[in-house]
Design a binder for this molecule. Structure first.
Ligand code: DGJ
Length: 726
């Protein structure tokens, strides 16, 4: 619900459990007054304290009022160079050369439904409302529209920003954040999700200290190293208590998320496109739209915050052609064959898989061009018929005969120098004139900011996808961007290339979705290097990590779960010892770790023993019978990563069914007696556990489930709970 109070000048956004407020001050500055648990309708500007502060300037129109300073008061969208020395959200390069921005309130409009952003990902759907508050920078001749989407039932507030050049001269836009959120406190922890290739999104938590703390990416993708999702929370916030604010950016390129604890112990969070090498030229009449950010506040801890994100993402961001339906169990040939395969080898793997209940065969890297290793072939999106005689037209019907549908791997944004595409269009790769471009995995990056490049690549992909029935595409990206310079733009506009590249990727993804509406697209970037809300809008699942070791995956999936729902995490059972770290784990642990996500296998199943095959058959049955719990259930983290095991639980919306998954670490002699307390059940119901004994929801949650002593390394268990009819 959006309320404008004309007398107080307040805009109040209420969701089911939260309230967000901003207020137009007497000098036209838009102040941020409150965001937190829901409170009644009132003017909350009493929370904005005023006091003259030395060295904090006062806007000119404040005259003798020295208590009003942009430098100390909470702003709704911070400016630059005009008296606020904290993190800025907006920076123009004016025709006179000044790099400043100053904003005053100009008006607002309310719209039914949720705004959309052309060419950019955004939450969508029924039941939302839109508020647009317009600010103006008189010297720049620019209007800045702050967009707010309110999904009241989801406690979700989305934000976006559109800058319009209404003047008569060309402007430079050097910074345009998507989100600025000021707090009148800073006794909070900042949680970020960090890592590297094969160890993505590991939770890192620390108290805010004075100054700026930031994470970000200048790699051209949101990156393995930091995720565009951060949390600010009470110092003692835990899974089930404490005030938490989660902020996600729906963007897949360079980003920055920065929190500043200032001199008066206030805090500002700013999130948006990274200002590194960003400068957008705005000719008169032109506009620029910053990507969407989304906020969720929970006063019931991190668990509730995550569940709210999960619901909102599942129901208002993902555009899965199979929404509400079970995802197919897949087999991917990558770790089984790498580049070394023949039709017969693929069919042998597929045949074994189909016999065990697998439904989709995914042909990974190596099927196209001259691609026998990673030094050649990228860009040549036609079938390598010496590897696959007769092409996909010969392979796919044979997969169909086995009862399998077909999926295929592509890496559209890249090119090898040893490829027909590169030989024909060497200028299509990003490179700085006079410099030899850095290679990454032996490949260069195509200039996806250019339409003709995108058109060419997509035309080739379209042909492949039209040649046989394709159920699924894995869209990969295996290097970071460097040498970012586009032959299609003049020197003064090179600061647009990073962002235009991302817009180009989104555009091709959208075309693919439009042309093949039933296609399930899985995002991938050397595993989880582009796992973000932007990508999820186009690809409703993302390969979570190139690390398929079940034990490492526990930490990766744990961190990922703080924002992203389980159904978005591509997770496969792979061979043991694991290909990435050599760890040997039981098949059961590997399956339990993978089963909560978009489930599949990535190994040569013909190497399994008869017993293992029987176990796989039963794992697939378990997943198929319970997919709705895994993918649509409310997610509860039952442990963190510090104990002897990691456990999590998924509960159906009506609380009548639940599944508990547990995977333990290394073996322990003389283990203590342990119980596991469950969450999210109905206290009053009685649940049968794994078809055996029954226990009350209250008992299971407060007293807990006794755990059997676990013998050996990496033991695991799964408990299925079903309410007993009484
Ligand atoms: C990186 C991906 O994450 C892997 O799963 C695999 O598809 C390889 N690329 C193929 O090159």
């Amino acid at each position: 619900m959006i309320r404008y109070d004309e007398v107080c000048g307040t805009f109040t956004l209420h969701t089911r459990h939260t309230t967000y407020q901003m207020k137009v001050s007497e000098y036209g500055v838009l102040l941020h007054t409150y965001y937190g648990p829901r409170v009644r309708d009132c003017d909350l500007s009493c929370l904005v304290q005023r006091k003259e502060r030395s060295f904090s300037p006062n806007p000119h129109e404040a005259g003798g009022d020295r208590s009003f300073s942009l430098d100390v008061m909470p702003q709704e969208y911070s400016t630059c160079g005009v008296g606020d020395f904290r993190l800025s959200s907006l920076e123009f390069e004016l025709p006179c050369g000044s790099r400043t921005a100053d904003l005053r309130y100009a008006g607002f409009r309310q719209e039914a439904g949720k705004y959309a952003l052309e060419g950019l990902p955004a939450f969508y759907g029924e039941g939302a409302e839109t508020l647009v508050v317009t600010l103006e920078d008189a010297a720049a001749g620019a209007a800045v529209e702050l967009y707010y989407g309110v999904f009241a039932e989801y406690d979700l507030i989305t934000r976006a920003v559109r800058v319009v050049n209404r003047g008569s001269e060309t402007l430079g836009l050097c910074r345009c954040a998507s989100l600025c959120l000021d707090f009148t406190r800073s006794d909070m922890d900042l949680i970020t999700f960090d890592g590297k290739h094969t160890t993505e999104r590991c939770l890192s938590r620390a108290p805010l200290r004075p100054g700026v703390q930031s994470v970000g990416s200048i790699r051209g993708a949101s990156s393995h190293q930091h995720n565009p999702f951060v949390v600010l929370c009470d110092r003692d916030a835990g899974e089930d208590r404490g005030l938490c604010y989660g902020a996600m950016l729906l963007y897949s390129g360079n980003f920055e998320a920065a929190a500043e604890r200032d001199q008066f112990e206030s805090c500002r969070l700013v999130m948006g496109i990274h200002p590194y090498h960003f400068r957008w030229t705005l000719a008169p009449g032109e506009s620029f739209t910053a990507p969407e950010a989304a906020l969720i506040c929970s006063s019931d801890g991190l668990g509730e915050m995550s569940r709210r994100f999960h619901r909102a993402i599942r129901e208002h961001l993902l555009r899965d052609p199979g929404q509400g339906r079970r995802k197919p169990v897949l087999i991917n040939n990558w770790e089984a064959t790498y580049f070394d395969f023949t039709t017969e080898k693929l069919l042998a793997i597929a045949g074994e898989a189909a016999a065990l209940g697998v439904e989709l065969f995914v042909l990974d890297d190596g099927w196209f061009g001259v691609r026998n290793d990673d030094n050649s072939g990228l860009g040549d999106w036609y079938v390598n018929t010496s590897k696959l005689p007769g092409g996909l037209e010969a392979l796919v019907p044979r997969l169909h005969d086995l009862g399998l549908s077909f999926g295929i791997w592509v890496e559209p944004e890249m090119v090898n120098e040893d490829s027909d595409l590169y030989r024909a269009h060497p200028d299509w790769a990003l490179r700085v004139p006079g410099r030899a471009p850095a290679r990454g995995r032996g490949q260069l990056v195509l200039d996806f900011s250019r339409r003709e490049v995108r058109d060419h690549v997509y035309a080739r992909l379209r042909e492949v996808l039209s040649s046989v029935p394709v159920r699924y595409v894995k869209w990969d990206m295996n290097r970071s961007l460097s040498d970012v310079w586009s032959a299609a733009l003049p020197a003064g506009r090179q600061g647009e290339v990073y962002h235009r590249f991302v817009l180009g990727v989104y555009e091709v993804l959208e075309r693919m979705r439009r042309d093949f509406p039933e296609l399930l697209i899985e995002g991938c970037c050397g595993g989880g290097g582009r796992f973000d809300g932007g990508m999820l809008y186009y690809a409703p699942q993302i390969w979570c990590s190139d690390n398929t070791d079940a034990i490492d995956r526990l930490a990766i999936q744990y961190g990922t779960s703080f924002c992203y729902p389980a159904c978005t995490m591509g997770s496969h059972v792979s061979a043991s010892p694991n290909e990435q770290n050599g760890r040997a784990t039981p098949l059961a642990a590997r399956a339990i770790a993978a089963m909560s996500g978009a489930f599949g296998y990535e190994m040569d199943l013909s190497r399994c023993t008869a017993e293992e095959k029987e176990e796989i058959r039963s794992q697939i049955r378990t997943y198929r019978d319970n997919w709705d719990l895994f993918h649509l259930g409310d997610y509860y983290r039952l442990t963190d990563l510090s104990g002897p095991f990691v456990a999590w639980e998924q509960v159906s919306r009506d609380k009548r069914r639940a599944v508990v998954s547990l995977v333990a670490g290394g073996a322990q002699a003389a283990p203590p007696f342990r119980t596991l307390r469950l969450k999210g059940l109905d206290q009053a119901l009685t649940y049968r556990v794994n078809g055996g004994d029954a226990a009350g929801g209250d008992v299971l949650m407060h007293a807990g489930v006794p755990l059997p002593p676990l013998w050996g390394d990496y033991q695991s268990l799964q408990l299925f709970l079903e309410a007993v009819e009484e």
